[in-house]
Design a protein around this ligand. Structure first.
Ligand code: KG4
Ligand code: ZN
Length: 369
């Protein structure tokens, strides 16, 4: 079975072709064009602009994904199904992917699978690390999508790879969402809690902006933090001591703004401040994972979303689950599959059924878990 996955919920235009053989998923191609560097000029996403970039990139990105997949197969690719993100996200961006997918399903006479972007993020954990011809461009237009005829992204083969086993606790940490979910099977899950205001990634981005760092700020804070001392600045750990599974980051953002405003942060102490911000965000996430594991003592934990690319989070979470001494397996997607991509949408598609009438599919910008 071969699936084309299309993802256009925000400022990334992405398409990937995945094959499932003998119960193992394999990436044949994974192409991502991002307009993030364009958004960076304005310090954040302008929805109208993101949608316009989606329109420019969608056809070249899909064409490139099919071309690379054919190269990987040694012959032209024969698709079985198309999977597409239909929400949540920016309405203009979502429409580009959904209408393109509907049109292709009609012309190519292929079934269509609508995928919830949030669920899609979790399915990055079902994709084994492999050697993939993939390419990430910095601007979302035709000229900048580099042709990747050679193997562009070489990942170490991990023969210990195992897909998450159910029941599995899932933590989604992205630019728009911070959610804790208990999965009992494919398509069967219980929402435990989520953020009451800003998402963890949004908090990274807003704090970075206060520090004068470019958008998206998470990776920049994380890089600065490597050289900093997290104890130099006293910041509150969000929701410390709370007994529910919710998160909240607006208070931290205010605390950060107050310290920046009081001019305590000098060029020299920026690294310490970044380390403190990263430290309390990571701690708040770990606190809730521990709380959830106490109530639901599962053997598998998976993380997903852009912030799952944060090394400090991954390392501390690993130490935490190891310290519980109950043989918990932590699943973490490779960093390039944590941020938005088409491969995760195709992977989710393998576990869902197509809809009866592809042309009836509508976008749902406010879709939840
Ligand atoms: O999942 P994603 O690509 O988009 C959404 O669906 O929201 O996540 C993007 C978010 C941004 O807020 C970005 O700052 C954050 O993920 N991010 C990181 C790192 N890499 C990306 N945050 C912290 N550390 C990182 N290394
Ligand atoms: Zn996302």
């Amino acid at each position: 079975m071969i699936i084309l996955g299309i993802e256009t919920s925000c400022d990334e235009t992405a398409a990937a072709v995945l094959e499932q053989k003998n119960n193992r998923i394999q990436i044949l191609s994974n192409v991502v064009a991002s307009s993030a560097s364009l958004q960076a000029k304005y310090g954040g996403i302008i929805p109208e602009q993101a949608a316009r970039e989606q329109i420019k990139s969608i056809i070249p990105v899909i064409e490139e994904s099919l071309r690379l997949a054919s190269l990987a197969q040694g012959s032209s690719i024969e698709l079985d199904v198309i999977a597409v993100t239909y929400g949540p996200g920016l309405i203009g961006s979502l429409l580009v992917g959904v209408e393109t997918a509907k049109t292709l399903a009609l012309i190519w006479k292929k079934p269509l699978i609508p995928v919830n972007h949030l669920i899609g993020h979790f399915y990055a954990n079902w994709i084994p690390p492999s050697v993939v011809p993939s390419e990430r461009s910095s601007r979302g237009n035709l000229d900048s999508i580099k042709i990747a005829t050679s193997v562009a992204s070489l990942l170490p083969r991990n023969d210990n790879f195992e897909v998450p086993a159910f029941p599995c606790l899932g933590l989604l940490v992205s630019g728009g969402h911070t959610d804790l979910v208990l999965f009992t099977d494919h398509g069967k899950y219980k929402y435990l809690g989520g953020t009451r205001d800003d998402a963890a990634g949004e908090c990274f981005d807003k704090c970075a902006r206060l520090l004068g760092l470019p958008y998206p700020g998470g990776p920049h804070i994380s890089k600065l933090a490597q050289k900093g001392d997290p104890k130099k600045f006293k910041l509150p750990i969000p929701m410390k001591g709370s007994k529910d599974f919710d998160f909240s980051y607006s208070g931290l953002k205010t605390a950060v703004a107050r310290i920046v405003g009081s001019e305590q942060v000098t060029v020299d102490s920026k690294t310490d401040f970044a380390a403190s911000i990263e430290n309390v965000i990571v701690q708040s996430l770990i606190d809730k994972v521990i709380l959830a594991l106490k109530k639901y003592p599962v053997k598998n934990v998976m993380i997903a979303g852009g912030v799952a690319a944060n090394k400090k989070l991954v390392d501390r979470l690993q130490v935490t689950v190891d310290s519980l001494k109950s043989n918990i397996r932590l699943h973490v997607p490779p960093p390039r599959l944590c941020t938005d991509n088409g491969a995760m949408i195709a992977a989710a598609g393998f576990f869902q059924k197509p809809i009866k009438n592809p042309l009836s599919l509508q976008t749902d910008p406010n879709l939840s878990l």
